[in-house]
Design a protein around this ligand. Structure first.
Ligand SMILES: O=C(O)CCC(=O)C(=O)O
Length: 279
Protein backbone atom coordinates (compact mmCIF):
# COMPACT_ATOMS: atom_id res chain seq x y z
CA UNK A 1 0.00 0.00 0.00
CA UNK A 2 1.61 3.30 -0.99
CA UNK A 3 0.92 6.44 1.02
CA UNK A 4 -0.07 9.87 -0.34
CA UNK A 5 3.50 11.18 -0.30
CA UNK A 6 4.77 8.21 -2.28
CA UNK A 7 1.87 8.68 -4.69
CA UNK A 8 2.88 12.27 -5.32
CA UNK A 9 6.47 11.26 -5.96
CA UNK A 10 5.33 8.50 -8.30
CA UNK A 11 3.05 10.92 -10.14
CA UNK A 12 5.91 13.39 -10.60
CA UNK A 13 8.17 10.67 -12.00
CA UNK A 14 5.55 8.95 -14.18
CA UNK A 15 3.22 11.77 -15.27
CA UNK A 16 5.72 14.62 -14.94
CA UNK A 17 3.79 16.71 -12.41
CA UNK A 18 1.80 16.70 -9.15
CA UNK A 19 -0.22 19.20 -7.12
CA UNK A 20 0.06 20.18 -3.44
CA UNK A 21 -3.09 21.90 -2.23
CA UNK A 22 -3.25 25.05 -0.03
CA UNK A 23 0.49 25.61 0.24
CA UNK A 24 0.37 29.42 0.46
CA UNK A 25 -1.46 30.57 3.56
CA UNK A 26 -3.96 33.44 3.03
CA UNK A 27 -1.55 36.08 4.38
CA UNK A 28 1.33 34.97 2.17
CA UNK A 29 -1.03 34.67 -0.81
CA UNK A 30 -2.11 38.28 -0.24
CA UNK A 31 1.50 39.46 -0.04
CA UNK A 32 2.53 37.61 -3.20
CA UNK A 33 -0.50 39.07 -5.01
CA UNK A 34 0.33 42.59 -3.84
CA UNK A 35 3.99 42.33 -4.93
CA UNK A 36 3.04 40.83 -8.31
CA UNK A 37 0.27 43.34 -9.02
CA UNK A 38 2.64 46.19 -8.23
CA UNK A 39 5.18 44.93 -10.79
CA UNK A 40 2.50 44.18 -13.38
CA UNK A 41 0.88 47.60 -13.01
CA UNK A 42 4.26 49.23 -13.64
CA UNK A 43 4.79 47.51 -17.04
CA UNK A 44 4.29 49.53 -20.21
CA UNK A 45 1.76 48.20 -22.79
CA UNK A 46 4.69 47.11 -25.01
CA UNK A 47 5.68 44.52 -22.40
CA UNK A 48 2.37 42.69 -22.79
CA UNK A 49 2.43 43.19 -26.56
CA UNK A 50 5.84 41.47 -26.79
CA UNK A 51 4.63 38.61 -24.53
CA UNK A 52 1.20 38.15 -26.05
CA UNK A 53 1.00 34.38 -25.67
CA UNK A 54 2.78 34.14 -22.30
CA UNK A 55 1.10 37.26 -20.90
CA UNK A 56 4.01 38.77 -19.02
CA UNK A 57 7.53 37.65 -18.19
CA UNK A 58 8.98 39.55 -15.22
CA UNK A 59 11.93 38.12 -13.33
CA UNK A 60 11.39 37.60 -9.60
CA UNK A 61 14.87 39.09 -9.12
CA UNK A 62 13.14 42.44 -9.81
CA UNK A 63 11.77 42.50 -6.25
CA UNK A 64 13.71 41.04 -3.25
CA UNK A 65 10.37 40.27 -1.59
CA UNK A 66 10.32 37.09 -3.69
CA UNK A 67 13.22 35.70 -1.63
CA UNK A 68 10.55 34.97 0.99
CA UNK A 69 8.60 32.90 -1.52
CA UNK A 70 11.70 31.06 -2.71
CA UNK A 71 12.52 30.05 0.87
CA UNK A 72 8.89 29.52 1.98
CA UNK A 73 8.96 26.66 4.47
CA UNK A 74 5.74 24.80 3.43
CA UNK A 75 7.16 24.62 -0.10
CA UNK A 76 10.50 23.26 1.04
CA UNK A 77 8.52 20.69 3.08
CA UNK A 78 6.65 19.66 -0.08
CA UNK A 79 10.01 19.05 -1.75
CA UNK A 80 11.08 16.91 1.23
CA UNK A 81 7.86 14.91 0.79
CA UNK A 82 8.98 14.27 -2.80
CA UNK A 83 12.32 13.07 -1.44
CA UNK A 84 14.25 16.19 -2.40
CA UNK A 85 15.62 17.46 0.94
CA UNK A 86 18.46 19.55 -0.54
CA UNK A 87 17.08 21.51 -3.51
CA UNK A 88 18.68 24.58 -5.06
CA UNK A 89 16.88 27.45 -6.73
CA UNK A 90 18.00 29.42 -9.77
CA UNK A 91 15.31 31.78 -11.11
CA UNK A 92 11.64 32.57 -11.53
CA UNK A 93 9.04 34.70 -13.31
CA UNK A 94 5.77 36.48 -12.80
CA UNK A 95 3.63 35.26 -15.68
CA UNK A 96 0.30 36.99 -15.92
CA UNK A 97 -2.36 36.64 -18.56
CA UNK A 98 -4.30 39.89 -18.95
CA UNK A 99 -8.11 39.74 -19.29
CA UNK A 100 -9.19 38.40 -22.71
CA UNK A 101 -5.76 37.13 -23.73
CA UNK A 102 -4.75 34.18 -25.94
CA UNK A 103 -3.48 30.71 -24.98
CA UNK A 104 0.13 30.01 -24.04
CA UNK A 105 1.77 27.79 -26.66
CA UNK A 106 2.86 24.23 -25.89
CA UNK A 107 6.48 24.08 -24.79
CA UNK A 108 8.96 22.40 -22.47
CA UNK A 109 11.55 24.35 -20.50
CA UNK A 110 14.59 22.12 -20.01
CA UNK A 111 17.77 23.63 -21.46
CA UNK A 112 20.30 20.86 -20.74
CA UNK A 113 19.47 18.35 -23.50
CA UNK A 114 23.15 18.13 -24.51
CA UNK A 115 23.88 16.15 -21.36
CA UNK A 116 22.86 12.45 -21.33
CA UNK A 117 21.38 12.79 -17.83
CA UNK A 118 18.47 14.62 -19.49
CA UNK A 119 17.17 11.23 -20.62
CA UNK A 120 17.12 9.72 -17.11
CA UNK A 121 14.24 9.33 -14.73
CA UNK A 122 15.50 11.84 -12.13
CA UNK A 123 14.44 15.40 -12.99
CA UNK A 124 17.25 17.96 -13.10
CA UNK A 125 14.91 20.94 -12.89
CA UNK A 126 11.40 21.40 -11.50
CA UNK A 127 8.88 24.15 -12.06
CA UNK A 128 7.01 25.23 -8.97
CA UNK A 129 3.91 27.16 -10.03
CA UNK A 130 1.74 29.18 -7.68
CA UNK A 131 -1.49 30.39 -9.27
CA UNK A 132 -2.75 33.51 -7.49
CA UNK A 133 -6.41 33.08 -8.48
CA UNK A 134 -8.57 29.97 -8.81
CA UNK A 135 -8.06 28.70 -12.34
CA UNK A 136 -10.16 26.78 -14.85
CA UNK A 137 -10.36 26.39 -18.61
CA UNK A 138 -12.24 29.69 -18.92
CA UNK A 139 -9.61 31.90 -17.27
CA UNK A 140 -6.47 30.19 -18.59
CA UNK A 141 -5.49 27.28 -16.37
CA UNK A 142 -2.51 25.03 -17.03
CA UNK A 143 -2.70 22.10 -19.45
CA UNK A 144 -0.12 19.33 -19.73
CA UNK A 145 0.69 16.27 -21.81
CA UNK A 146 1.21 13.56 -19.21
CA UNK A 147 4.44 11.60 -19.59
CA UNK A 148 5.85 13.90 -22.30
CA UNK A 149 8.90 14.64 -20.13
CA UNK A 150 10.23 11.21 -21.14
CA UNK A 151 8.16 10.21 -24.13
CA UNK A 152 8.15 11.88 -27.52
CA UNK A 153 4.93 13.59 -28.62
CA UNK A 154 4.06 15.21 -31.96
CA UNK A 155 4.11 18.58 -30.22
CA UNK A 156 7.89 18.21 -29.70
CA UNK A 157 8.24 18.66 -33.46
CA UNK A 158 5.74 21.53 -33.64
CA UNK A 159 7.66 23.66 -31.14
CA UNK A 160 11.14 24.35 -32.52
CA UNK A 161 12.35 26.11 -29.41
CA UNK A 162 10.40 26.71 -26.24
CA UNK A 163 9.32 30.30 -25.57
CA UNK A 164 10.57 31.35 -29.02
CA UNK A 165 9.82 35.01 -29.66
CA UNK A 166 7.69 34.47 -32.76
CA UNK A 167 5.36 32.06 -30.97
CA UNK A 168 5.11 34.49 -28.13
CA UNK A 169 3.90 37.23 -30.48
CA UNK A 170 0.87 35.08 -31.37
CA UNK A 171 1.15 36.05 -35.03
CA UNK A 172 -0.63 32.96 -36.34
CA UNK A 173 -3.45 32.02 -33.92
CA UNK A 174 -4.21 28.93 -36.03
CA UNK A 175 -0.75 27.42 -35.39
CA UNK A 176 -0.99 23.98 -33.79
CA UNK A 177 1.09 25.05 -30.77
CA UNK A 178 -1.92 27.00 -29.45
CA UNK A 179 -4.49 24.26 -30.11
CA UNK A 180 -5.88 21.53 -27.92
CA UNK A 181 -4.75 17.94 -28.43
CA UNK A 182 -7.03 15.04 -27.47
CA UNK A 183 -4.65 13.71 -24.82
CA UNK A 184 -4.12 17.03 -22.98
CA UNK A 185 -4.89 17.09 -19.28
CA UNK A 186 -6.59 20.13 -17.75
CA UNK A 187 -4.98 21.22 -14.46
CA UNK A 188 -7.38 23.60 -12.66
CA UNK A 189 -6.24 24.69 -9.19
CA UNK A 190 -7.27 26.91 -6.29
CA UNK A 191 -5.38 30.09 -5.47
CA UNK A 192 -2.42 29.16 -3.27
CA UNK A 193 -2.09 25.56 -4.50
CA UNK A 194 1.34 24.54 -5.77
CA UNK A 195 1.91 22.66 -9.02
CA UNK A 196 5.28 20.91 -9.15
CA UNK A 197 6.45 19.62 -12.50
CA UNK A 198 9.41 18.31 -14.45
CA UNK A 199 10.85 21.07 -16.66
CA UNK A 200 10.89 18.56 -19.57
CA UNK A 201 7.08 18.22 -19.49
CA UNK A 202 5.14 19.67 -22.44
CA UNK A 203 2.73 22.23 -21.04
CA UNK A 204 0.85 25.40 -21.93
CA UNK A 205 -2.27 27.21 -20.83
CA UNK A 206 -5.73 28.02 -22.11
CA UNK A 207 -6.78 31.50 -23.20
CA UNK A 208 -7.93 33.84 -20.47
CA UNK A 209 -11.51 34.65 -21.51
CA UNK A 210 -12.34 36.29 -18.20
CA UNK A 211 -12.22 39.97 -17.29
CA UNK A 212 -9.63 39.41 -14.55
CA UNK A 213 -5.88 39.04 -14.71
CA UNK A 214 -4.64 35.46 -14.18
CA UNK A 215 -1.19 35.37 -12.60
CA UNK A 216 1.15 32.48 -11.91
CA UNK A 217 4.56 32.69 -10.23
CA UNK A 218 6.90 30.08 -11.68
CA UNK A 219 10.05 29.28 -9.68
CA UNK A 220 12.78 26.94 -10.93
CA UNK A 221 14.34 24.47 -8.46
CA UNK A 222 17.01 21.82 -8.95
CA UNK A 223 16.05 18.83 -6.82
CA UNK A 224 19.16 16.70 -7.29
CA UNK A 225 21.74 19.45 -7.60
CA UNK A 226 24.38 17.72 -5.48
CA UNK A 227 24.43 14.73 -7.84
CA UNK A 228 23.96 16.71 -11.07
CA UNK A 229 26.84 16.61 -13.58
CA UNK A 230 29.48 19.32 -13.02
CA UNK A 231 28.58 21.03 -16.32
CA UNK A 232 24.98 21.54 -15.14
CA UNK A 233 26.11 22.80 -11.73
CA UNK A 234 28.61 25.11 -13.46
CA UNK A 235 25.87 26.50 -15.70
CA UNK A 236 23.49 27.11 -12.82
CA UNK A 237 26.03 28.71 -10.53
CA UNK A 238 27.75 30.88 -13.14
CA UNK A 239 24.98 31.75 -15.58
CA UNK A 240 21.56 31.45 -14.02
CA UNK A 241 21.66 32.78 -10.49
CA UNK A 242 21.46 36.56 -10.06
CA UNK A 243 21.09 36.43 -6.33
CA UNK A 244 23.86 38.98 -5.76
CA UNK A 245 21.51 41.59 -7.25
CA UNK A 246 19.42 41.29 -4.07
CA UNK A 247 20.20 43.12 -0.80
CA UNK A 248 22.04 41.11 1.85
CA UNK A 249 18.84 40.54 3.90
CA UNK A 250 17.15 38.81 0.93
CA UNK A 251 20.30 36.87 0.02
CA UNK A 252 20.43 35.57 3.58
CA UNK A 253 16.95 34.01 3.25
CA UNK A 254 17.92 31.92 0.21
CA UNK A 255 21.59 31.27 1.06
CA UNK A 256 21.29 27.47 1.35
CA UNK A 257 19.33 27.31 -1.91
CA UNK A 258 21.78 29.12 -4.17
CA UNK A 259 23.61 26.87 -6.67
CA UNK A 260 27.35 26.89 -6.01
CA UNK A 261 30.11 25.04 -7.86
CA UNK A 262 33.88 25.26 -7.56
CA UNK A 263 34.85 22.37 -9.86
CA UNK A 264 36.60 22.54 -13.22
CA UNK A 265 33.74 21.62 -15.57
CA UNK A 266 32.73 24.11 -18.25
CA UNK A 267 29.08 25.26 -18.09
CA UNK A 268 26.83 23.06 -20.23
CA UNK A 269 25.88 24.70 -23.52
CA UNK A 270 22.22 25.82 -23.51
CA UNK A 271 20.04 23.61 -25.74
CA UNK A 272 16.25 23.56 -25.42
CA UNK A 273 15.65 20.99 -28.16
CA UNK A 274 15.26 17.38 -26.98
CA UNK A 275 17.28 14.81 -28.92
CA UNK A 276 15.88 11.91 -30.87
CA UNK A 277 16.51 9.43 -28.09
CA UNK A 278 13.53 10.76 -26.15
CA UNK A 279 11.46 7.53 -26.16
O1 LIG B 1 0.99 30.55 -17.64
C1 LIG B 1 0.94 29.39 -17.28
O2 LIG B 1 -0.10 28.89 -16.84
C2 LIG B 1 2.14 28.49 -17.40
C3 LIG B 1 3.45 29.21 -17.39
C4 LIG B 1 4.55 28.39 -17.99
O3 LIG B 1 4.34 27.63 -18.90
C5 LIG B 1 5.92 28.44 -17.50
O4 LIG B 1 6.20 29.12 -16.53
O5 LIG B 1 6.76 27.71 -18.09
Amino acid sequence: MINTNQQKHLQLIQDGFCVFEKVLDPIMLGRVRAASDCLLDAQPPEHFEAQKSTGSMISVYTDPFFAELVAYQPTLKALVVLNYPKPRWSSGYIISKPPQSPPLFWHQDWWGWNDPISYDEVPQQLFLMYYLVDTNQYNGCLRVIQGSHRKRHLMHDAVPEAHAANLNHFIDPTHQVYQSVPEELVVPVKAGDLVIGDSRLLHGSYANQSNQRRTVITLWYHPAFDTSPGCIRAHLSRKQTHVTEWPESAQKLVRTLVPTYDGDAEPLVWNRTPGVILR
